[in-house]
Design a protein around this ligand. Structure first.
Ligand SMILES: [Zn+2]
Length: 318
């Protein structure tokens, strides 16, 4: 098979080498077959370019990843620059045990990981993406285990449409009616959810009018909102305050570099913030490294903070 495939190529390479060589007038064979040779050389050149295109694609790698990720399994998140209080490291240990809520985002696509996180019995909160293939099954498992559930609401990121926030995403160009209808569908799909946080949304959360509409519906449905803070420009705090919606913001993303050393560093940062503020919210994703690091660090985490469901760390602004 390999011989059949490569022999014509080696033959064409020979003819290609002859491409720039003028056939000798004394060589009747070359003169007679000159046109056929040149045609053959063109075909060889085309084959060469075809293989070069396969080996060195002209499209940027990022675009290719986007094309794959926008398929069945969504992109977990687009992470912003980290911002932390400057006096964090001089924090005093508070009198009472600080509280930490860890939300596992982007649930609905990984049943095995959902089972593993439930088995930790760590008071984690699952945030489930609407229209996800295993969402219903994961909600059933979580409910049976007493794991708190949230709706992980897909929203327009700055990078849209290059980055797709997944099925049922809320977009800034939607009319108030379309926005409302889509949001109602998602809330009805996960009636067990006690709150909502945004999946992506670095564009949507900067539109105060849209956040106001979102929060007015969440308020009526008695749902809280946790801003995942996918952008430092988010405008969600003001409408939450006006509407008196139970609200909080993510403090630390735990696993945007899904390796144990990084996740451990982020968990320690989350604990430090909780000791400084009294409470802190970490957001993680269904990575194996996250599960294993949490499992390994659980005894230490429990010594320093109290793990609580997300609903315990939201507040209505006074
Ligand atoms: Zn997400």
């Amino acid at each position: 098979m390999a011989v059949i495939f490569f022999k014509p190529i080696s033959f064409r390479l020979k003819t290609l080498m002859n491409f720039f060589r003028c056939p000798s007038p004394a060589d009747p064979f070359h003169r007679k077959n000159d046109t056929i040779h040149r045609l053959g050389n063109c075909v060889a050149l085309c084959i060469g370019f075809f293989f070069l295109l396969i080996l060195f694609p002209v499209f940027p790698l990022e675009e290719q990843a986007g094309a794959v990720d926008s398929g069945r399994v969504p992109i977990f998140e687009i992470f912003p620059e980290e911002e932390h209080p400057s006096n964090l490291f001089s924090a005093q240990t508070p009198q009472t045990m600080p509280q930490v809520a860890i939300i596992i985002d982007d649930m609905g696509y990984h049943r095995k990981m959902a089972r593993r996180f439930i088995s930790l019995k760590a008071n984690l909160t699952f945030s489930v993406l609407p229209q996800s293939p295993y969402g219903e099954e994961i909600i059933r498992m979580a409910k049976a285990a007493g794991t708190a559930l949230m709706l992980h609401l897909p929203m327009e990121p700055v990078e849209y449409p290059h980055i797709d926030p997944g099925p049922g995403a809320l977009l800034t160009r939607m009319s108030p009616e379309a926005f409302r209808e889509k949001l109602f569908d998602h809330i009805e799909e996960i009636p067990e959810a006690v709150g909502v946080n945004n999946h992506m949304g670095s564009e949507m959360t900067t539109h105060e009018d849209k956040m106001f509409q979102l929060f007015s519906i969440l308020k009526a449905k008695k749902l809280f909102f946790i801003d995942s803070r996918t952008t430092a420009e988010t405008r969600s705090r003001i409408p939450a305050r006006i509407l008196q919606l139970p609200f909080a913001q993510r403090d630390v993303f735990l696993d945007h570099e899904p390796n144990p050393a990084f996740i451990e560093k982020q968990i320690r940062l989350l604990i430090r913030i909780a000791r400084h503020q009294g409470q802190a919210i970490g957001i993680a994703h269904p990575h194996r490294a996250t599960y294993e690091t949490l499992k390994r660090m659980l005894p230490e985490i429990r010594q320093k903070v109290k793990l609580v469901p997300a609903g315990a760390v939201v507040h209505t602004a006074g």
